[in-house]
Ligand binder design. Structure first.
Ligand code: GUN
Length: 283
């Protein structure tokens, strides 16, 4: 593999090793961080994500429990479970897998999660704390993107970063984090004019638009860091990112293949958040 293609396996195994060491120290003191994951309904992609999250917990020694609820679960039943987990002393992180069935308000459920157990970083108080620069639980994918960029050794401070996508889960929070790292940040979205020209200025390009192979070499400044958050299922069943990897790979600097880097890194940040939440709650 070329030097500049980011090796997700190595990266993730390094960080999970560090997390495991922290968990081992806590466990030796008789304290085990615990994560509860709630899955409502039978979305196959969500089921895979939830399984991977539980597996990752096991790998580093975090206690985890998965609550699988039928698609017909009412909002009040779900809120009752969240409330119970909020009060549990064994559980330090709560994650409700999205999307939820249409009859349940995602906002109502996220608002109900105890702020200090919100390991997804989706609660409005955590979102607000991120934007005013106060310590908070950070959303996992954006936190993972920053960690990936830092571990390439590339400087963020003072550089031009362009983010394609403005979702609450990725685009907006990753932009806030890049700003916090002192990048000059531009956010592009479906109404942006001259997107290619803006992107071609970027030293760091983060793509989270949800369109397979959207970013081609005309978007990329030679040597730029390219982080592809997209994961799209093609008609032939294969997975593709939002970046046309084969077209971009020889012009980009450090670049993430899809799958293999951002996904496993997101789960790694969830583990980190769970340890952080557990340590804070223990005090
Ligand atoms: N569905 C897709 N991404 C996410 C995520 O980061 N957290 C949760 N809870 N659900 C998701």
């Amino acid at each position: 593999m070329s030097e500049h293609i980011i090796n997700g396996k190595q990266l993730v195994s390094d960080i999970r090793g560090q997390i495991k060491e922290q968990v081992d120290v806590l466990a030796a003191e008789g304290f085990r961080p615990g994560l509860a994951v709630i899955l409502v309904g039978e979305d196959p992609a969500s089921a895979v994500y939830v399984r991977n999250k539980a597996k990752a917990c096991e790998q580093v020694g975090i206690y985890s429990e998965v609550h699988r609820l039928p698609a017909e679960t009412s909002q009040s039943e779900l809120l009752e479970l969240v409330d119970k987990l909020n009060r549990s002393t064994d559980i330090h992180g709560i994650l409700v897998q999205l999307p939820l069935p249409n009859h349940i308000s995602e906002d109502a459920v996220i608002d109900a999660i105890a702020v200090e157990k919100d390991v997804d970083g989706f609660h409005p108080i955590n979102v607000g704390n991120l934007s005013i620069g106060k310590p908070s639980l950070l959303p996992c994918t954006p936190a993972g993107v920053i960690e990936i960029i830092k571990r390439t050794g590339k400087v963020i401070s003072g550089k031009k970063a362009v983010v394609i996508g403005r979702s609450n889960i990725v685009g907006k929070p990753v932009s806030m984090l890049l700003l916090r790292e002192n990048a000059t940040v531009t956010i592009c979205h479906s109404r942006t004019e001259n997107m290619k020209e803006l992107c071609r200025e970027a030293d760091i390009l983060v793509v989270a638009i949800g369109k397979p192979k959207f970013v081609t070499r005309e978007f990329v400044k030679p040597g730029a860091v390219v982080i592809d958050v997209g994961i799209n299922r093609l008609e032939d069943g294969k997975l593709a990112g939002d970046v046309d990897f084969d077209d971009v790979v020889d012009i980009a600097g450090p670049i993430t293949p899809v799958p293999g880097v951002v996904g496993p890194m997101t789960i790694t940040m969830l583990l980190q958040n769970t340890v952080q939440a557990a340590s804070a709650l223990r005090k």
